[in-house]
Write a protein that binds this ligand. Structure first.
Ligand SMILES: O=CCCCC(=O)O
Length: 486
């Protein structure tokens, strides 16, 4: 196994602020661990409030010049980032696997996904438009002028260390905004590498700042309390999202919130079961189940329950678990020990309430943070895992007998991110599309993520959209001018 750490030199394991790579003012560092072995792989700078505010100084100073940079130039820098990520895919992917634990094949897919946000928003950067119209009563004209919102603060999660930052940074830069990203403390290295790559392709100093810290609460609060910050975008849990929204309210910040999910995946009796099993595998097991859009509850209509369950359980049981950098591994390590404990407790709770384990269900001994692919049946409605985000490779299967029943259960959650429906009946699919209280729906598909599509939830799953044309609008304010013209 070659050492992926060689791609990120110690010089670039520091804070990226303006034109410099700096130690934290206090000199503090924190350790980053390989979740597959539990061993420390790097020390990175541990920023405090003073460092966060230095990053905001840099973002604020760079703002006017970046906003005035011709869209074509901004677009070219985003395209250059796309190309560099694509060319360096292997080294970025190995770093993602090393710090996050996902299998290398999935890390490569993430690099492709993350890079595509830069390509997509390079194309959007030159398509920002206002409108000109005549007031209906005459007498004046209406002009709308889009303007970048200003310096943005991004708080990104550990489960997609590249892609979740990419889908904030790319549209922000396309719109003319400068950025400060606070990556998750478990996975800061990939974001530092992205900042390094963007420096190399020529993105000007101060436009992309990265502040790594274990003191996220203090540092992010200080950034949000400073009047120069104009936008917050967060991907993470609903619980933390609520806290950040309260803080953002004080300065009435623009916010984009990509929060938790509790996706129902519904398999109807008329579904093509090959398609449904493939789709369920992707929706459940992509990213080891560590995703807000992972299928959290699998509802199967009674006539196909037995066959679907047998086929799905066979596929889950055949997956190989191991270190993400090893060949042939399908399921890598989970992010940390707390995560394994939470999942283990959810499984134990379901079993205590009457669920049966068909596959997996045993926490393994040994180094690293592993949990096996697990399938549970007869999961009762009061099992905690049907309300909580499992965020791991555990699939509860529940049977249903009518569309009204399953729709009511699917919607019985504070979350509204995504739902999945498998049926060959178009009208049925459309009724579910209209009835499911979610921002996204996969119809006969387990994968809905696409940089050219609007990703985002409703209810307590979030506010706003990422990706697609809507994604750039999150970084633009609109000034309306009334022009007197009798
Ligand atoms: O946890 C949420 C991450 C979303 C991943 C995606 O965009 O597919």
């Amino acid at each position: 196994m070659s050492d992926p750490m060689t791609v990120l030199s110690p010089e670039h394991r520091r804070l990226r602020i303006g034109d410099a790579w700096r130690d934290a003012a206090s000199g503090a560092t924190f350790a980053v661990e390989d979740p597959g072995t539990g061993k420390t792989i790097a020390e990175v700078a541990d920023a405090d409030v003073v460092d966060g505010l230095a990053a905001l100084d840099a973002a604020d100073k760079a703002m006017a010049e970046w906003a005035a940079t011709p869209p074509r130039k901004r677009s070219e820098l985003l395209t250059a980032t796309y190309r560099a990520l694509t060319e360096r895919s292997e080294e970025v992917a190995r770093l993602i696997t090393l710090e996050m634990g996902k299998p290398l094949a999935e890390a490569r897919a993430e690099v492709g996904y993350g890079a595509e946000f830069f390509r997509w928003f390079a194309e959007e950067a030159v398509r920002v438009e206002g409108r000109f119209s005549t007031a209906p009563a005459g007498g004046y004209r209406i002009l709308t002028v889009p303007k970048p919102v200003g310096p943005c603060v991004f708080v990104t999660p550990w489960n997609f260390p590249l892609a979740m930052g990419a889908r904030k940074i790319a549209p922000a830069l396309a719109a003319g905004c400068t950025t400060i990203t606070k990556p998750a403390a478990q996975t800061p290295l990939t974001m530092l590498l992205l900042a390094r790559i963007m420096e190399e392709v020529g993105v000007p100093p101060g436009v992309v700042n990265v502040v790594t810290t274990k003191r996220a609460g203090k540092v992010v609060s200080a950034l949000l309390a400073d009047g120069r910050t104009r936008k917050l975008s967060f991907t993470g849990s609903t619980e933390v999202g609520r806290v950040l929204l309260r803080q953002a309210a004080d300065n009435v910040l623009r916010t984009s919130m990509e929060l938790g999910g509790n996706a129902a995946l519904i398999v109807c009796a008329d579904a093509d079961l090959d398609v449904a099993v493939d789709g369920a595998m992707v929706a459940k097991m992509r990213n080891i189940g560590e995703s807000c859009i992972a299928a959290n509850r699998i509802y199967v209509e009674e006539p196909v329950r037995e066959e679907f369950t047998a086929r799905f359980a066979e596929r889950m049981g055949a997956l190989s678990v191991g270190h993400g950098l090893d060949d042939g591994v399908d399921v890598g390590a989970l992010i940390d020990d707390d995560s394994v404990t939470t999942i283990d407790e959810l499984v134990a709770d379901a079993v205590d309430r009457g669920a049966r384990v068909l596959v997996g269900g045993e926490r393994p001994d040994g180094p690293g943070h592993f949990y096996p692919p697990t399938v549970l049946v007869d999961v009762p409605d009061d099992a905690r895992m049907l309300k909580a985000e499992i965020f791991g490779p555990v699939a509860p299967i529940i049977s249903f007998t009518s569309d009204d029943e399953v729709l009511a259960k699917a919607n019985d959650t504070e979350h509204g991110l995504v739902g999945y429906i498998f049926t060959r009946d178009l009208q049925r699919a459309l009724r579910f599309t209209e009835g499911l209280e979610t921002g996204m729906i996969g119809i006969n598909r387990g994968l809905i993520s696409d940089p050219s599509a609007p990703f985002g939830g409703v209810k307590q799953s979030g506010i706003g959209k990422e990706g697609s044309h809507e994604g750039i609008l999150e970084y633009l304010d609109l000034t309306y001018a009334a022009i007197d013209l009798p």
